[in-house]
Design a protein around this ligand. Structure first.
Ligand SMILES: NC(=O)C1=CN([C@@H]2O[C@H](COP(=O)(O)OP(=O)(O)OC[C@H]3O[C@@H](n4cnc5c(N)ncnc54)[C@H](OP(=O)(O)O)[C@@H]3O)[C@@H](O)[C@H]2O)C=CC1
Ligand SMILES: CC(=O)C(=O)O
Ligand SMILES: [Mg+2]
Length: 593
């Protein structure tokens, strides 16, 4: 009877709504019961019926403007008294927040502050990120996001993204329907097994899809409400996490084999059913024993993109095409040696050989002969072929076995050395000195993330090559002074690619990804490097111009999609760059009536 009375009172409050001239936010709750008896052990219904004004408006990250609500808006939306009297412009808010962020000395604290901002005032978060991208990218993205994932359980405040765990088997479609936004254009999904070069972080990998999607918006202009971060939790093999009382994921051994495949199949089917044919699914930081299979299996039935295999290939090929201006020759004149023969390494190798095949008279097989890879067992050579994973086989060339990287550098004499091992400090003094003894301008790319896993630092690359190296890294390094000269380094990270690439797919309504799109994206990136960049010895354009770069990449990708009959948004816009720019999300506040 008491509960019935509560309900009556609640309905009475709701009935009052029309009488309340102000249309105030109405929060009705049976917590308001004037009961004297303790109901703590009674089942409770968390009623919340609201319109976005007053307190509710301030609590809505999409609509909140904080101190930037004007006097008129404060009157019209029942905010009087809920905010201090000062009215700030968005620019002043940006300045204030930046000032605050700079007071934190620990990058992880800045990360937490940025995530809080994203959860309270989305437009201010994106304004800050877009206009201060070089300063804040290392916070919301690599390297800090790596540390955030490692400590995700203990810094956890509010859930971000959608968690799909083995507990949801048979109900994934229902779980997708719980997500509040219906019009999803991009999903970034991980299963947490290979988070950067930090290994299996299980459910705590969620930081990666969240971070990648914030870049989709900030760098590529995709609406935040169209982005869905997903973590698939099938357990973890990380014993530390399994024994951690603050671990937020399933405490069980990672599922493998058929159980894993069936769960992923259910996810892929549910996604297509819920969001349609044109939702982009970006696979991120899966271990390579699943990543290649998932890409192969779903590339013909879904719009899928593996960032670690394909996005990384684009950013590196773009950097190589641009580097030719500094190191000379054509791509096919060079010899490439990789440390690491996994997703990134073989993905890049495949795209380089495709580009050489397209631009020369060489066959794909001949172009592959210019590329060598070293894995944890040494140089990938034909005598090892039978025991090699499928993705390594095309790179198993005839050569006697070579055990380590230094020996491989001496034997192969590469002009370009690329680190994709996920293991730090592998480009030793001897390795770089040997590269410098073979090449006037050795091109050295240390791509592993985060900074702790980088194959070498910028300082090591410049010092050990006596200032002759052309250097780029996956995570950013500060400029280095060597013998009185300043060396600015480039960041070779797929963040240059996926936001623009995804935008190109979305704006053209592409239904599948074709390898030609990857070549187009790489060439578009290379075309954005300026003479000033080359004068500084860098092979990537500045992140400051990333939205323009993303628009150029999007336009080229879309253009190929139309050319290959894979675009569904018709008619084709005549100026694709302009169209891409016009599609981009703006972080500027809107006026409320
Ligand atoms: N800059 C960027 O944009 C990107 C950077 N990355 C980074 O690249 C790294 C690798 O990623 P990914 O390719 O997906 O990982 P994978 O696990 O697929 O591949 C790692 C490769 O490195 C090899 N390896 C591991 N340890 C050693 C060692 N000590 N000596 C030689 N080889 C070794 C492995 O050998 P084996 O096969 O024998 O086990 C494997 O071939 C990560 O740190 C990741 O953060 C990834 C994507 C993009
Ligand atoms: C950059 C990226 O995707 C990685 O390190 O995995
Ligand atoms: Mg990745």
């Amino acid at each position: 009877l008491k509960r019935l009375n509560s309900l009556r009172r609640l309905l009475g409050v709701l009935g009052d709504r029309g009488d309340r001239k102000n249309g105030l936010s109405v929060m009705a709750s049976n917590e308001d019961d004037n009961n004297t008896t303790n109901e703590d052990d009674q089942p409770f219904t968390p009623w919340a019926v609201s319109v976005a004004s007053g307190h509710t408006l301030l609590r809505s990250p999409q609509h909140n403007k904080g101190l930037a609500f004007t006097e008129k808006e404060r009157d019209a939306h029942y905010l009087r008294g809920l905010l201090p009297p000062a009215v700030f412009t968005q620019e002043l808010q940006e300045k204030r927040t930046l000032h605050l962020l700079r007071q934190y000395e620990v990058p992880l604290h800045k990360y937490i502050a940025m995530m809080d901002l994203q959860e309270t005032n989305e437009k201010l978060f994106y304004k800050l990120l877009i206009y201060n991208v070089e300063e804040l990218l290392p916070i919301v993205y690599t390297p800090t996001v790596g540390e955030a994932c490692q400590k995700y359980g203990s810094i956890y405040r509010r859930p971000q993204g959608l968690y799909i765990s083995l507990k949801d088997k048979g109900k994934i479609l229902e779980v997708l329907k719980n997500w509040p936004e219906k019009n999803i254009q991009v999903i970034v999904v991980t299963d947490g097994e290979r988070i950067l070069g930090l290994g299996d972080l299980g459910c705590q990998g969620m930081g990666i899809p969240v971070g990648k999607l914030s870049l989709y918006t900030a760098l590529g202009g995709v609406r935040p409400s169209a982005c869905l971060p997903v973590t698939i939790d099938v357990g973890t093999k990380n014993e530390t996490l399994l024994n951690d009382e603050f671990y937020i994921g399933l405490k069980q051994k990672r599922a493998t084999g058929e159980e894993y495949k069936e769960f992923l199949e259910e996810f892929m089917t549910a996604v297509k059913k819920n969001y349609g044919e044109k939702v982009l699914i970006q696979f991120e930081d899966f271990a390579n024993h699943n990543a290649f299979d998932l890409l192969t299996k779903y590339r013909t039935s879904h719009l899928v993109f593996n960032d670690d295999i394909q996005g990384t290939a684009c950013v590196v090929l773009g950097g190589l095409l641009s580097a030719l201006k500094l190191i000379g020759g054509t791509l096919s004149d060079h010899t490439f040696l990789f440390l690491g023969a996994g997703e990134a390494g073989t993905g890049i190798a495949e795209l380089i050989s495709l580009e050489i095949f397209k631009k020369t008279k060489l066959t794909v097989e001949e172009s592959r002969q210019k590329i060598w890879l070293v894995d944890s067992k040494g140089l990938v050579v034909s005598s090892r072929k039978d025991s090699l994973q499928q993705h390594k086989k095309p790179w198993a060339h005839d050569h006697e076995p070579v055990s380590g990287l230094l020996e491989a550098v001496k034997a192969i004499k590469p002009t370009i050395l690329i680190g994709t091992s996920g293991v730090g400090k592998q480009f030793t003094k001897e390795v770089i000195e040997t590269m410098a003894s073979i090449n006037a301008k050795p091109l050295i790319m240390a791509l592993s993330n985060p900074t702790s896993q980088s194959e070498c630092t910028a300082e090591e690359a410049y010092t050990w090559s006596q200032g002759r190296a052309i250097f780029a890294s996956g995570s950013p390094f500060d400029p280095v002074i060597y013998e009185g000269k300043e060396f600015v380094t480039g960041q070779s990270n797929n963040a240059y690619i996926f936001p623009g690439f995804g935008l190109g797919l979305i704006m053209s309504g592409a239904i599948r990804v074709h390898d030609e799109f990857l070549l187009a994206a790489a060439e578009a990136l290379a075309s954005q490097v300026t003479e000033e960049d080359y004068a500084e010895g860098i092979i990537y354009p500045s992140f400051k111009n990333i939205r323009k770069i993303s628009a150029t990449i999007a336009a080229k990708v879309a253009s190929r999609a139309y050319e290959y009959g894979l675009a569904s948004h018709l008619p084709r816009p005549s100026n694709l760059v302009k169209f891409a720019e016009n599609c981009m999300y703006s972080p500027t506040y809107r006026n409320y009536r």
